[in-house]
Design a protein around this ligand. Structure first.
Ligand code: B12
Ligand code: SF4
Length: 471
């Protein structure tokens, strides 16, 4: 019987496939280890489902952890493991443990942490644990010594993703995710890392501005096989920046066309990349299936974009948007409002930009999030130096969430204006149901004038249809 490795993905309200666990699980030699993935989102009682998979021959439990609400669930799951098998090692990996290995090891139910890219480090950790050996010297890992002290090993260099095995989607029940999503949408990661340096993002810290993309030939071959197996409606590329290399994007489009892969896909694009894309390439991408781009605009103010080191300009945002609209492609533009010290004018510049983008195409959407100082980046560092109190325990980090939280410097007026804008922009543009025509006209009137006093339509709609819980 092969030793078993059980991997756990926490509860969440989104249905993105557990790509991190597919990555680390697929990197274990299948001839030597049996990998079982338990996804808390698919289970009525996640901790019980996890415990049910623990067999006497289980080597360890691996858990993926993002900062925020997911921590509550992974704590419960890890503690449940220790109740039934106190000696079974629990290994945390992912973004939060990568940023706070020592804080995670202060939790008794966590025995080891994998920092950064996880495939090789986890494989080495599993080998050691299976052999009953200590983790001393495993690059990229952190562990607790017999004396109870956290030991953080030297980092492991990032590896080209082409040298890693393909993600084995048979480790998960793919059709269950299709059913939960309501469409046969496959999540897929075609590159890892990011070369940019945005001052609010942890990627430059975790991946040290490294970036590797799968070869177009491998991408096309894998995706064609998945399409043949599952009949896909859509491929959602979850890369940080899919459009990083123009040459690669063109080769990917060529490879999809050559493979006859006719599946719509969505991908992330920076505004500077979009502005540089020529019409011929965009047209080719469209023929190869591109349907929608996700662009992080973050702010409508040039000064704020400079401050957050986004290295894009508002002009590039509009150039990308106009080009996408001209080619009949959709887009989601993401904004972050309420950066430290952001003025009313700065917030308004973002609302203006969001309204302008929405008006450009019925297939354009905007998403506005209030800034939360996610850790591991220069802005969080500045705030810390200024005395901002970050959570210092896992339980406190679990309460740190991107929904509902408002930093002290965001004024009530800013908050209210943004929340009202978020509501009205939704109905003001896009493809609205005929029955919503009066609401749509009123909303557009408000957004065009930025007049949000007496928001009775909002109050009425929210009463009729309360907002969905997001995390
Ligand atoms: C899909 C996605 C989501 C999905 C779901 C994520 C999920 N886990 O189910 C949704 C839409 C819900 C989401 C929401 C948010 N997300 Co998000 N999301 C992503 C995205 C685009 C892809 C994640 C992924 O699957 N990557 C592919 C895998 C292969 O890579 P990976 O996760 O890095 O995993 C590797 C290592 O981290 C490690 N590893 C990971 N887990 C484990 C586990 C073990 C046991 C081991 C050994 C190793 C290991 O090994 C893996 C292989 O090398 C990433 C960006 C990215 N491209 O990674 C952002 C990202 C994870 N999200 C992020 C953020 C900030 C958010 C939001 C706050 C966004 C917002 N609106 O403000 C929210 C809130 C998240 C929350 N706290 O609940 C940050 C994470 C920051 C942090 N400190 O946790 C990221 C990195 C984006 C960024 N650059 O800022 N997100
Ligand atoms: S926000 Fe996006 S582009 Fe900027 S560093 Fe992070 S992943 Fe890269």
């Amino acid at each position: 019987m092969r030793p078993r490795v059980v991997l756990y993905n926490p509860q969440a309200v989104f249905w993105t496939m557990p790509l991190a666990l597919l990555a680390v699980g697929s990197a274990l030699d299948p001839a030597r280890y049996e990998v079982v993935i338990v996804d808390g989102r698919l289970e009525a009682d996640p901790a019980a489902a996890l415990v049910a998979q623990l067999a006497p021959h289980t080597v360890c439990v691996g858990v993926t952890v993002l900062t925020g609400a997911p921590i509550r669930d992974v704590l419960a799951a890890s503690r449940a493991v220790k109740v039934v098998q106190p000696g079974l090692p629990v290994v945390w990996g992912g973004w939060h443990p990568s940023l706070f290995p020592e804080q995670c090891l202060a939790e008794p139910s966590v025995d080891a942490v994998v920092i950064g890219q996880g495939e090789d480090t986890f494989a080495a950790v599993v080998e050691r644990l299976a052999a009953g050996q200590s983790l001393a010297g495993v690059a990229g890992a952190a562990w607790r010594s017999a004396a109870g002290r956290p030991v953080v090993e030297l980092p492991r260099a990032m590896r080209d993703v082409n040298a890693l095995p393909p993600h084995n989607y048979h480790l998960i029940d793919v059709p269950r995710y299709f059913a939960a999503k309501g469409k046969r949408q496959l999540d897929y990661i075609s590159s890892q890392g990011c070369r940019f340096r945005c001052a609010f993002c942890a990627d430059p810290t975790v991946y040290q501005r490294g970036w590797y993309g799968l070869t177009p030939a491998r991408l096309a071959a894998e995706l064609a096989a998945y399409h043949a197996r599952w009949g896909l409606d859509e491929i959602a590329f979850q890369d940080e920046t899919f459009f990083t290399s123009r040459a690669r994007v063109e080769a990917v489009a060529d490879a999809f066309l050559a493979a006859g892969l006719r599946v719509p896909w969505t991908a992330t694009m920076r505004a500077d990349q979009g502005a540089r894309l020529d019409d011929a390439l965009l047209e080719k991408c469209k023929r190869a299936g591109l349907r929608r781009a996700m662009i992080g605009v973050e702010s409508g103010s040039a000064a704020m974009l400079a401050r957050i080191q986004k290295d894009i300009t508002p002009a590039q945002v509009y150039a990308s948007a106009e080009r996408l609209a001209r080619h009949g492609l959709g887009a989601i533009f993401n904004f972050i409002v309420g950066f430290p010290g952001e003025s009313d004018a700065g917030v308004q510049a973002s609302l203006d930009a969001a309204a302008r983008l929405r008006a450009l195409s019925p297939d354009f959407e905007v998403a506005l999030f209030f800034f939360r100082p996610y850790p591991g980046n220069p802005i969080a560092g500045e705030l810390l130096a200024q005395g901002y109190r970050f959570p210092d325990t896992l339980a406190a980090w679990a309460d740190f969430d991107y929904i509902g939280g408002r930093e002290a410097w965001v004024t009530h007026r800013q908050w209210q204006r943004v929340e009202r804008f978020k509501f009205y922009q939704r109905y003001a543009y896009g493809r609205n149901h005929l029955l919503r025509w009066p609401l749509s006209r009123l909303s557009r009137w408000r957004v065009q004038r930025h007049y949000y006093d007496y928001p009775w339509e909002k109050a009425l709609m929210e009463r009729l249809r309360p907002a969905a819980k997001l995390s």
